[in-house]
Unconditional design. Structure first.
Length: 56
């Protein structure tokens, strides 16, 4: 299993991306997976913060 990570994007909007190479029964059975960081929209972040403050 091999992993690679890269930060893509411009300025402070960089997003982390991961790539994983896995092998099945041999070298001729590869599986390549890609995952990326998910950002919540700014409105969702604000709404969550307001809900937390309202609970306390």
């Amino acid at each position: 299993m091999h992993f690679a990570r890269e930060v893509v994007g411009v300025g402070s909007v960089g997003t982390r991306v991961w790539i994983v190479l896995m092998r099945g029964r041999g070298d001729s059975d590869p599986l390549l997976l890609q995952g990326c960081q998910r950002h919540l929209p700014r409105l969702a972040q604000t709404t969550r913060a307001r809900r937390r403050r309202a609970r306390h």
